[in-house]
Design a protein around this ligand. Sequence first.
Ligand code: ADP
Ligand code: NI
Length: 217
Amino acid sequence: MNQNELISNTILFVRQQLENAEGGHDWFHIERVYKNALLIAKEETCNLQIVQLSALLHDIADSKFHNGDETLGPKIARKFLESQNVSEQDINHVINIIENISFKGGNFEKNFNSIELDIVQDADRLDAIGAIGIARTFNYGGFKNRALYDPKIAPKLDMSAEEYKNSQAPTINHFYEKLLLLKDKMNTTTAKKIASQRHHFMENFLAQFYAEWEGEK
Ligand code: ADP
Ligand code: NI
């Protein structure tokens, strides 16, 4: 099978897997991450096929939507890649990326390293910030029936991901828990540049949000 065929088969497979996904973790998220990954990869020396496959397969069964099961996504990805006769070595690399890409409250020790992981992780993180990041965050909050903001529940920086998940913390808190931390976690120069601009946009958004919350004077 040639490389183009493998990528188009993967696209078809992922679209199908994500047919009923929540708006922030749907096929369009994957498409944006894929495009970001290609953009970043242009500036790096890397195995493009690994970048493409990992970007496409990184969220096919997010544990948030599958009772916390973190093994399901990697299992489905492996089965698919085997069906496409991808080499064992490449499958292992893609699975390692999928298992190590996530933010997990920032307390997560990466136990695998590769430039391809760095690229796809940056691409995924870029989609968590800026205008799209804001939209995805409020969409997820709505999906969880959370309040937008509650001045009585001040955003807490020191809340663990687990505590947060089980709380009814308003969606604005997620900015402090994750979104505003991402710009300093980018791996590549390309992503750092884009992240800095998107970070600035989020800071402006928050300032405007709080001002409007208080009402016009
Ligand atoms: P990662 O793949 O880095 O672990 P997630 O899948 O947890 O990231 O989050 C991706 C996006 O989903 C977040 O950037 C955010 O927009 C939304 N999201 C996830 N968890 C929450 C949450 N607790 N509150 C609001 N939005 C969330
Ligand atoms: Ni993702």
